[in-house]
Ligand binder design. Sequence first.
Ligand SMILES: [Fe+2]
Ligand SMILES: [Fe+2]
Length: 251
Amino acid sequence: MECKTTEIARDTYRISTFHPSHGIQYNQFLIKDDEPFLMHTGTKSMFQSTLQGVNSIMDASKLRWIGISHFESDESGALNEWLDIAPRAQGVCSFVCSTLNLNDFSSRPPHSLSDGETFKIGQHVLRFISTPHVPHGWDAGLFFDETEKTLFCSDLFAHFGDVEPMTGSEIIQCAKETIQNNPDLLPYTLHTEKILQHLADLKPKILAVMHGSSFSGDGQKVILELNAVFEELCSKPMDTPKEDFFTTLKA
Ligand SMILES: [Fe+2]
Ligand SMILES: [Fe+2]
């Protein structure tokens, strides 16, 4: 699988691999700084592709932090592969993620963060936001680059296709279609609205989307639009989609 890299913000690179049978991009994000930070590991099966992408930007053995949103093969599956090639690297995640998953899974102990905690990696300051079940998983959390106003939003706004690296226009309709076709992908809990409001209050300028195009523009507006999409879809019973991600794969 071929990997494409694009600088989406200062020192911030999107490392994208399109999976032809899944019909979706798997995007990792690298902040090249004194303590280089990689957001999501990618799966083990695409590790060589992602490694090639990182090495085209910097020496991957110098990675310091591997940001994990939640425990899932594309988000954290290749963590030990990264720890093997980068001796100073360490997973960084929520306390729940470390307690339930990474303390057991990771070949080196992860570093867990509390909600709102910040850490400096050089020029960039990152903030961790605890976001249980947003996008999904009890252990979920997101990272916000306060320096560049980039929100690494994991599976939020996921959409299909081998799409352009960055868009400044339509993202909410694509995200809505993904939720309609895959209604179990992103749960809407008693806390989701409050969490999305908190993310919107950060006023991100760039949304670094794990699956699909990243977004450049009024991040506050589109996050609130996403909440409105959830409210609309939750307000009436939804028909079971004829074809979701998994039925397409089985066909
Ligand atoms: Fe996920
Ligand atoms: Fe994902």
